[in-house]
Design a protein around this ligand. Structure first.
Ligand code: PLP
Length: 193
C-alpha cells in the first residue's frame, strides 16, 4: 500500500518487485502515477469510491478492490468492460466501514459477472479493534464466502493482522507501514486518516 507516500515509494515498490501497489484516493493516485510514468506495478484501487470517479481512474487502475454496491458495479461495467474487481464486504458489521453486508456479497458477485466483469475475489478489512479473536473470525468468514462463490481470491490482512490473514487463507495482503514505515503525508493529503 503506497497511499500517503510520494511517487518515489511507488518506484521503490517497483524495484522491490511488489506484485501490485494499493492506493486509496482518486486524486492522489492520478497525480502520483502521472509523476512515475509508465514503469510501476499494477495499481489496485482500495478505497471509498464514487461512481463519478471511475471514468477518470479507468486508465490508471488495474484492479478495483472496493466495489461494494450495485451502482458501482453498473458504472464499472459501463466504463471499464471486463474489469478485474473484488467485492468489498464489511465482514464485521461496523458502522462507518466500507463494504457491503455479508448477505449481499453473492448478489453483487452475480450482478458483476452478468455484466462481464471479472470478479477475482472478496476484499475485507479486519475489525478496527484489532482484537485477534474477532479478526480471525472475520477473516474465516470472508474466506468461506469466497469459497462458496467459487472465487479463488481473498484480499485481507494489513501490517497488523497479516499473520492471521495468511493462516485463514488470504491470497493478497495489503501491507503499508510494515514495508515503508509510517505514512508521512497526512498534511499533504487531508483525506488520509
Ligand atoms: C492503508 C491500508 C492498508 C495498509 O495498512 P498498513 O497498516 O499500513 O499496512 C491496507 N488496507 C487498506 C484498505 C488500507 O486503507
Amino acid at each position: 500500500m503506497t497511499k500517503g507516500f510520494g511517487s518515489e515509494v511507488v518506484a521503490l515498490a517497483q524495484r522491490l518487485g511488489c506484485d501490485a501497489i494499493g492506493e486509496n484516493y482518486a486524486q492522489e493516485v492520478q497525480s502520483k502515477i502521472a509523476e512515475v510514468g509508465t514503469h510501476h506495478p499494477p495499481v489496485h484501487f482500495i478505497g471509498r469510491l464514487q461512481s463519478n470517479k471511475i471514468r477518470s481512474l479507468a486508465g490508471v487502475v488495474a484492479v478495483w478492490q472496493s466495489i461494494d454496491r450495485a451502482s458501482l458495479v453498473d458504472e464499472l461495467a459501463k466504463r471499464v468492460p471486463g474489469a478485474r474487481m473484488f467485492v468489498q464486504v464489511n465482514a464485521t458489521d461496523e458502522v462507518d466501514k466500507g463494504g457491503c453486508r455479508s448477505e449481499d456479497v453473492a448478489s453483487l458477485v452475480r450482478r458483476a459477472r452478468d455484466q462481464g466483469l471479472l470478479v477475482e475475489g472478496v476484499m475485507a478489512v479486519g475489525p478496527t479493534s484489532g482484537d485477534p479473536v474477532a479478526t480471525r473470525r472475520a477473516f474465516a468468514s470472508v474466506r468461506r464466502m469466497a469459497d462458496d462463490l467459487g472465487l479463488e481470491g481473498c484480499s485481507m490482512g494489513m501490517s497488523g493482522d497479516i499473520d492471521i490473514a495468511l493462516e485463514e487463507g488470504t491470497t493478497l495482503v495489503r501491507v503499508g507501514t510494515a514495508l515503508f514505515g509510517e505514512r508521512p503525508s497526512v498534511s499533504r493529503n487531508p483525506e488520509v486518516i
